[in-house]
Design a protein around this ligand. Sequence first.
Ligand code: PLP
Length: 388
Amino acid sequence: MDIQSKLAGHLQAIPRSGIRDFFELVIGRDDIISLGVGEPDFTTPWSIREAAIYSLEKGQTSYTSNLGLLTLREKISEYVEDFFHVPYDAKTEILITVGVSEALDLALRALLNPGDEVIYHEPCYVSYSPSIVMAHGVAVPVSTTKEDGFSLKPKALAAAITDKTKIVMLNFPTNPTGAVASKEDLEGIAKLCIEHDLIVLSDEIYSELRYDEGEHVSIASLPGMRERTILLHGFSKAFAMTGFRLGYACAPAPLIEAMMKIHQYGILCAPITSQAAALEALKGGRELYEPMKTEYHQRRDFLVDRLNAMGVDCHSPGGAFYVFPDIRKFGLSSKEFAMGLLEAEKVAAVPGDAFGPCGEGFLRCCYATGMEDLKKAMNAMERYVGAL
Ligand code: PLP
């Protein structure tokens, strides 16, 4: 049987992730320092783990409401209003999901008809384009540049809008560049979305991890935007809870209801143990993530200083836990540079083109790695670029 020919056509058009290819070379090798995987090196804070254990001890092993535990939705509503300055009704406007990953997929599937276009800014998280295609949409990337701080400029967005555009996807702070959008740029983007009657899908998973002056601004908080924005957030990054697989979507009730239909039939509900843990995370809030954030901040400054000092041009990203140095002057492609670094010095970083063609000439180094390893990795990188 020719199984390949049985696979859904739109799936065949999706390439394997560039990150996956690269990391298959690294898996199982403990002689390598990895700046690769975008996952906190911290273990989930103890009070959160304890809440999960306690929930199991109490015998909480059932399904929950499809939307998620009401107590957790109420706490999310409070947290989101306090942090993002946008009010959402806990009963009808919040859906608890299996990570932001599921929320993103639900939003796209709830909104897209075949052929609808989704604009997003590149370099970007590797799953955006495949998620759009799997929901039968058309992926329309807009390149961003180092000169623009890898932020989406309203002018570039305006040029990409057509009469088929339905959604604009945003991710600030950005994976893989750490970019943060200015309030002026967000206002410009918001104006265009209102003028063209577009929905915004705003993935703000790194929003607590902002290091410089000024607080995080959610596009949902700008005038006229709450009614057309799906705000996605979760627990993986700030609270170091990747394995709990918990996220949420906040949006007007009809959108949440549509996403809930897909969630209800496909997933039923997010795991109750993870929901109990998330409740504790939000009770602890800032006190729990602030020590990790302080550490990330120090690591960011260390990497940016070391890279620039060794002659690798690296802007200082405002958020998330990635630096995105410019390696163009070495005359190697991102893949050649990354493979060479791996072979010569046993340091793994991700070639920038894994995040879209405009990431070519850059490298993503994740600093969710302990300081000792970061120091070793920077010494190794210095030897490597010195020898090029
Ligand atoms: N969105 C972005 C921008 C990410 O970088 C990631 C994970 O790396 C996700 C979503 C997925 O998050 P979750 O663990 O909540 O599914």
